[in-house]
Write a new protein. Structure first.
Length: 226
């Protein structure tokens, strides 16, 4: 009798194996739910961040193109005086699109009403020795004026010739740095300089204006003098 009762009890009662299987299934269900939820949350977070950035204007300074040209032209003139070349030099302006940073850059769309202005000039007939000495003077001057020296190659180190690249923080975090590049190229015997302004909004560009105003056509670049 006791054996029969024991057999019945053991048949009707769920054993530890059945309980363990149920717990394991519930655990698998929770694990799968977490695995599905994490990518969904990441995608939602990405979309929200992208939407916020797209709806927030870039914090560029609003500057008339000629005023910006005067700024970077002054940098070119000061640098030219320190370099010590003896002839007056003409120069040219060029402009380009401005693109936002962060996730917005994925759209590859330029910012409406914004421009990036550059001032370039060159001197022919400069020897490598003179170029190296001139860049050494300019490097010391720019460091004293608070510029960051991004790269500097003397005649002994340079693969293509003496070169100096420097930068200085712009008036707004979004606008980037003012960049200056000076280089001498052996195959040309030419010394080239350029100052590149951070991105800015054209005050005359209203909402819906085409990206990158044709700033180069609105400015008069200076003639550099010793």
């Amino acid at each position: 009798m006791n054996d029969a009762k024991d057999l019945t009890d053991s048949t009707d009662s769920p054993g530890p194996t059945a309980k363990g299987a149920g717990g394991a299934l519930r655990g698998v269900g929770i694990g799968c739910g977490v695995l599905v939820a994490v990518p969904v949350l990441l995608v939602l977070g990405f979309l929200v961040t992208y939407s916020v950035q797209r709806g927030t204007p870039e914090e560029y300074e609003r500057v008339d193109p000629q005023a910006m040209m005067t700024r970077i032209g002054d940098v070119s003139q000061e640098s030219y005086e320190v370099l010590g070349f003896k002839t007056a030099v003409g120069s040219e302006a060029s402009s380009d699109f401005c693109y936002p940073g962060g996730l917005e850059s994925m759209a590859d769309e330029p910012v409406d009403g914004a421009y990036s202005l550059s001032h370039r000039w060159s001197v022919d007939g400069v020897t490598e020795t003179d170029a190296a000495a001139a860049l050494k003077r300019l490097r010391g001057h720019l460091k004293d004026e608070g510029w960051d020296i991004d790269s500097y190659e003397s005649d002994a180190e340079a693969a293509y010739g003496p070169e100096l690249r420097a930068s200085r923080g712009g008036p707004s975090d979004d606008g980037g740095d003012i960049r200056a590049v000076f280089e001498w190229r052996d195959h040309q015997g030419r010394f080239e300089g350029g100052v590149h302004a951070p991105c800015a909004y054209d005050p005359d560009a209203g909402p819906g204006t085409e990206p990158a105003t044709d700033a180069e056509s609105e400015v008069e670049p200076p003639e550099l003098r010793p």
